[in-house]
Design a protein around this ligand. Structure first.
Ligand code: SF4
Ligand code: SF4
Length: 81
């Protein structure tokens, strides 16, 4: 990933976006404070949800504390901004 520090808070290290079937019980999602982002553009009859789970390796300045040995998924990720 090419990070240009545009967000200043490690935005991409703070949540996970998943695509789930649209008939999933929404009240359960709300009880768990999971954000519903709306219809999935990628998968038919699915919605997108956002689960806020900041990485434990993110420091208070929005930088990765283990940058040189971060997981491959972090290396391969595209900046969402
Ligand atoms: S790669 Fe992540 S930390 Fe860097 S600017 Fe994009 S969202 Fe922010
Ligand atoms: S390991 Fe580093 S790059 Fe990967 S999510 Fe955590 S803070 Fe972000």
């Amino acid at each position: 990933m090419n990070c240009n520090r545009k967000c200043r808070n490690g935005y991409c290290c703070q949540f996970l976006v998943l695509h789930i079937p649209k008939e999933t019980d929404k009240i359960w999602l709300l009880y768990h404070k999971i954000k519903i982002l709306g219809k999935s553009d990628e998968i038919e009859d699915h919605i997108k949800i956002r689960i806020d789970i900041p990485c434990k390796h993110l420091n208070k300045y929005g930088l990765c504390k283990i940058y040189d040995r971060r997981p491959k998924v972090c290396v391969d990720a595209e900046c969402p901004l």
